[in-house]
Structures are given as C-alpha cells and as structure tokens.
Design a protein around this ligand. Structure first.
Ligand code: XAN
Ligand code: ZN
Length: 467
C-alpha cells in the first residue's frame, strides 16, 4: 500500500549556500506517497496546495510547526563505525594506533556473534535517528553476516545508509583480519551482492567499498579494491586518511613510492596509485594533509569527512576545513564513533565550529567557521560527500523528504517553559521570544541535543518521534 501524502506547514530552515541559511516562513511543503517533495510554496496554505495537487484533505497528513519549532534537513553523518558504538566515551588517553589495538579491534571482532551485532546495530540506528541523522556512512566489521545484518536493520528502520564491510588483511591481530587479499575481495563481493539484493533500487541502503585505511591493507588488497572500484564505477568508497602523524609515518614505511608507482611519498598518493582516489571516495579526517595532497584530492574530486570530535578525543589534530574548502575540496561532517564520543551530528557541527576557532588561534583568523557553514557541512556538504546531493540535504521539489522537526523551549513571563507538563523534559535551549531566527538557530547549534529532535523522516517515512 502506498504511503499517505504529507503536507508540512510553517517555518523551514535550510542551507542555500555554504555561508547562507534560507528561512522560509508560512511555507507549505508537500510530499507524495513515494517520499518526494512535490511542492514548496511560500505564503500558502495546506488547503491551497492540496487543491492544486488534486489531493483531498482526508488522504493527507498535515504537520504544522509551533512557536520555536522549525523543519530542518536531516543530518548526514559522513563517517561512523556502527560496530564501535558500545565504546563511545571509552578512549582514555590513547592515540590512534594504540586506541585501535586496545579498544577497537577486540570490540569489532566480538560482533561476529550475531546476537551481539543485532543488539549493537539496532541501538546505534535508533540512537542516531533520534539525533536527526537521516543518512549514515557506516563502517561495519570484517564479518560478512553481521555487515549484512546492519544493512537489513537500516532498511527496516528506514535510515538511509551506506554500509561497508571492512577490508583489512594486515597489521591487526590474527583474530581480526581477512585471511588473504583474495578472501577479502570475495567477502566484499558477497556483502555487496547481498546489500544490493535487499534494496535493488538503492532507495535506502547501498554498499560502499571500505579499505579500513592504508596500513591495514596489503598492496594486493589495495590493488584488488582499486580494480573493483573500476569495475563498479557506481560504488562509493570510504577510507581514512592522514589522521595521525604516526599513522602517516607508517604509510610512508609500508608503501614507498617505488613500490606503488606513486609520484611522491604522500598518503593521498598511495590511494591514488591504487585507483582508490576518485570522485566517489570519502576520506575521513585529512588532518595533516600537505598542500599538494589537498590539490590532488581536489583534482580527483574526492571528498573529506571532517570529524572534529574524534580528532580532539584521540588527540589527532585540528583539521583545516577552511583551507580544504578554499582548495576546492568538498567537505562534510562525521561523528566517527567511537573515535568520536558522540552520536550527534549537531555535536559534530558545534565541535567543527570550535576546532576551527583553535585553528584560528593558531594564526589563521579566517579559519573560523560560522553557524551557517557548519550547518551546511552537516547537510548539503555531507550529501555531496556521500554522492546524494540530488536527493537529500535541502528542501526542493524533486528531492526526498529527509527532515527533522526541531523544537526549542519557549519561556513565559514567569520564567517557566510554556506548554510543558510536570515531569516532561524541555531540553537545553530556551527561547525568550525576542531573538531573531539566526540567533534561534545559533542557540540550537551551541546548546541543542536530541531532546530538540522532535520528529525525523526519511523519504517521507516517520522514523523517529520523541515522546
Ligand atoms: O578514526 C578512526 N577509526 C578507526 O576505526 C580507524 N581505523 C583506522 N583508522 C581509523 N581511524
Ligand atoms: Zn573512522
């Protein structure tokens, strides 16, 4: 049975460009039964738009914003590890390479147990949806069955997702790695075929080639994955790059240019030499990239997932997002759980703003990112990073309705929150009534959390409602 048509009425906020948010008031957005936006009309009414579309009122569900509420595009988390979710907040004083061995590989390996994988993956999907993440680029684990389960669960829950089986055949414990490059490639093909079989139209889930990072992959595996990327130019690719200085030194040691045919000894050059630096490639981090690497990444059209929470938590460094953008590199945001401790893209946005201020304090004042810019990265930028910019990230006719209803607290004359019953939660963002819309949005960015994410839709389907 086709889903009912939906009409949304009130205030809509979305990114027009990197630096500009558009505020649409008294606006009506109509969404058909397939989840597509079919009308965006300002200064109109639900009745007028229904009539224009030939919809009768009894076949349409109408949702209207109240005071201090607005519709915002769903967030795009361009990089996170579903399998690491139970470890959020557990990283001690580690840095990348010891963090992987101490905390990460044992947990990921343990998700071979299907019951444990189901428990973790069901929860991470619910949690990220509750924080407004409508699209997620997930790393699963090496294990095919549990990777496929993650795709099944995303499809059931209605979360748009890229799901990657992790490829890694070296430099990890024997209990957690692919047995050989051939085994890794066969397992990757198996997982791709499964994910494509459950959603052939790629409406919600799609597979993504996932070399963990260069140090985890032998040259034959990298070569094989490059071949697969060429054979399947429709598949996205995700990996990590230039996160930590010891990691970069390791890559230089493992892949000298004479062994790969690369032009230089850079990290980006390694991926490029194996055919993995493409316009479908999502590169997590890029904290320590050189000028020439940023230029190569821009030339290839590869994208960067900026993960400020992770980069701060495991002391990797402060990525220069303004510099990347000025080099012409498309950027989005990633929570990178559990290198990052938070499932929230809103938290990633606020940390992107703060990390950019640390870059500015290092001497580059124009590095500071504005509220408008971090929200662009969280939505439209992220959509481009994962190759879905025609479908999600903004409100326009022809795009899918992937959206969140944000609700903030309004304060009455006595200083109480209006409309909140005894014992109900009101959240962290108080609106007094005199703020401008840009100020309201800034207050949300710096103090909001999942209490403000009242409803979430993906492709027109309600996938989360805060009770
Ligand atoms: O942030 C990260 N998380 C990981 O799991 C990982 N593996 C390699 N490099 C990594 N970086
Ligand atoms: Zn990561």
């Amino acid at each position: 049975m086709a889903a009912r048509s939906k009409i949304f009425v009130g205030t809509f906020v979305h990114s027009k460009t990197l630096g500009e948010l558009e505020y649409l008031h008294d606006t009506v957005v109509a969404v058909d039964g397939s989840g597509k936006i079919v009308a965006v009309e300002s200064n109109s009414s639900a009745d007028a738009v229904s009539q224009k579309l030939g919809w009768t009122t009894d076949e349409v569900d109408v949702t209207t914003t109240k005071t201090a509420q607005f519709f915002f595009p769903g967030f795009i988390d361009t990089h996170l590890h579903a399998s690491q979710y139970p470890n959020v907040g557990i990283f001690g004083n580690s840095t990348l390479l010891d963090w992987l061995n101490t905390y990460t590989f044992p947990l990921e390996a343990s998700l071979k147990d299907p019951a444990k994988a189901r428990k973790v993956y069901s929860r991470v999907i619910r949690k990220t949806l509750a924080h407004g993440t409508t699209t997620a680029a997930y790393y699963a684990t090496v294990d095919v069955a549990s990777t496929n389960l993650l795709a099944d669960l995303c499809l059931q829950a209605g979360q748009r997702a890229l799901v990657g089986r992790v490829c890694m055949d070296q430099l990890s414990p024997a209990y957690y790695r692919d047995e050989s490059p051939e085994a890794a490639l066969a397992a990757t093909r198996e997982s791709i075929a499964y994910i494509e079989s459950i959603d052939p139209g790629r409406e919600i889930v799609r597979p993504v080639l996932t070399p963990r990072f260069a140090p985890s992959c032998s040259a034959p595996l990298m070569r094989g994955l490059g071949g697969l990327a060429k054979e399947r130019p429709d598949l996205p690719i995700q990996t990590h790059i230039s996160e930590n200085k010891n990691e970069i030194a390791l890559v230089r040691e493992l892949f000298p240019p004479e062994s790969t045919g690369a032009q230089d000894d850079s990290y980006s050059g390694v991926y490029d030499a194996f055919g993995l630096l493409t316009d479908r490639t999502i590169l997590a981090h890029g904290v320590h990239l050189s000028e020439s690497e940023a230029e190569l990444i821009a030339k290839r059209g590869a994208k960067v997932s900026h993960c400020p929470c992770s980069n701060s938590a495991i002391t990797s460094g402060a990525a220069r997002v303004r510099w990347l953008l000025e080099k012409g590199v498309c950027c989005g945001l990633g929570t990178d759980m559990s290198g990052g401790y938070s499932p929230s893209v809103l938290e990633a946005a606020r940390l992107a703003a703060l990390v950019s201020r640390h870059v500015a304090m290092g001497g580059d004042d124009k590095a500071k990112l504005t509220v408008e810019e971090v929200l662009y990265l969280a939505t439209r930028g992220g959509a481009e990073v994962v190759g879905l910019q025609q479908r999600v990230g903004a409100f326009a006719v022809g795009m899918d309705w992937d959206a969140q209803l944000v609700g903030l607290s309004t304060v009455d004359a006595q200083g109480e929150v209006e409309g909140i019953a005894e014992g109900e939660e009101d959240g962290n963002v108080d609106v007094f009534g005199w703020e401008s819309w840009p100020d309201i949005v800034a207050k949300w960015v710096y103090n909001g959390d999942d209490r403000n994410t009242r409803k979430v839709w993906v492709k027109g389907r309600l996938v989360h409602e805060r009770k």
